[in-house]
Design a protein around this ligand. Structure first.
Ligand SMILES: Cc1ncc(COP(=O)(O)O)c(C=O)c1O
Length: 325
């Protein structure tokens, strides 16, 4: 057995396993594969973009160690940034909705991040809302760099440069569909673009929670009024630059309940304890599988670990209070 002895923590980001979901494959009649992104050091796919966006900003001379970085994040980008900032010597401020799972908030506090909780009920146009606070803070405080994962195309590029090529290699070019939830859209469109460049026959399917605006915009170019949903990491209330919906072949809409049911399906069938957005992806895979007749190869992403959601997705009281069981 050979081990890579030239590894530091940042080099341990990426190169995650891509495994066949044996039982879900049997259940759907298609070959279903999943890239296990919870195996990144920060426990999610977002380590990739955190490292890429910081290193790109460094190369462009926009930041240097000692500076302060600010970002709004549902927790995973925040954890990725926390690791990269610790390794490279940046200070980090994270704006987070007060509804985010308390495990994620606690982990960031342990990492020494300045966590700024904002009221999730504030309308998106409010200056102190989740969407506006970080940008405003960076504009008012010189020396603070706003990462802006929702409009920074280096996010998509990170997946184009790493997630996409890894999937292509690991699948040996045998892939018909790539299914991924759209949060910023970085994963789905960045990796999706790379895969389509290798084989234009690959269809890229986005998954969007009911309550987010992406699905209706994709289907009918209509901007609907957003409403509240509970799955963390997916969807948005605005159109954002990184969600390059025009390159998707189709989108599938998922309710909180369907996402949760399929999170538990993933536990029951495969023994994979994931977060709710991965359950949404599995719902996307199962829904797609019912529509396609020819046996196909479908690849999706397990975005993060269930350990981050013991107080929400895996808590009966939370599920009951939110009518999810
Ligand atoms: C848990 C989780 N799943 C999925 C996503 C979506 O990934 P992307 O932003 O690349 O669309 C995110 C993004 O924040 C996330 O935190």
């Amino acid at each position: 057995m050979t081990f890579n002895s030239n590894l530091n923590l940042l080099k341990a980001i990426g190169r995650t396993p891509c495994v066949k979901l044996e039982n879900i494959s049997k259940l759907t009649g298609h070959e279903v594969w999943a890239k296990l992104e919870f195996m990144n050091p920060g426990g999610s796919i977002k380590d990739r973009i955190a490292m890429y966006m910081i290193e790109k900003a460094e190369r462009e001379g926009k930041i240097k160690p000692g500076d302060t970085i600010i970002e709004n994040s549902s927790g995973n980008t925040a954890m990725g940034l926390a690791i990269v900032c610790r390794q490279k010597g940046y200070k980090l401020k994270i704006v987070i909705r007060d509804t985010t799972s308390k495990e994620k908030i606690k982990m960031l506090e342990i990492m020494g991040v300045d966590v700024i909780k904002v009221n999730a009920a504030l309308p998106p146009e409010h200056p102190d809302s989740y969407n506006n606070f970080a940008e405003k803070y960076a504009a008012e405080n010189p020396g603070v760099f706003y990462i802006d994962q929702h409009n920074n195309l280096d996010n998509n590029e990170a997946h184009y440069m790493s997630t996409g090529p890894e999937i292509w290699q690991q699948m040996n070019g045998r892939i018909d569909y790539f299914v991924a939830g759209v949060g910023t859209g970085g994963t789905c469109t960045g990796a999706g673009r790379y895969l389509k460049e290798q084989d234009p026959g690959i269809a890229v399917i986005g998954v969007d929670p009911v309550g987010s605006i992406f699905y209706d915009y994709f289907k009918q170019k209509k901007l609907v009024k957003p409403s509240r949903y509970l799955i963390e990491g997916l969807g948005d209330e605005f159109l954002i630059k990184t969600a390059q919906l025009e390159m998707l072949d189709d989108m599938i809409q998922v309710t909180d309940k369907q996402a949760i049911e399929h999170t538990f399906l993933l536990v029951a069938q495969e023994g994979i304890l994931s977060g709710g957005s991965s359950g949404a992806n599995i719902y996307g895979v199962v829904t797609l599988a019912k529509k396609i007749r020819k046996p196909s190869v479908i690849c999706t992403v397990i975005c993060d670990s269930g350990y981050k959601y013991l107080s929400t997705v895996y808590n009966d009281d939370w599920l009951t209070a939110n009518n999810l069981i």
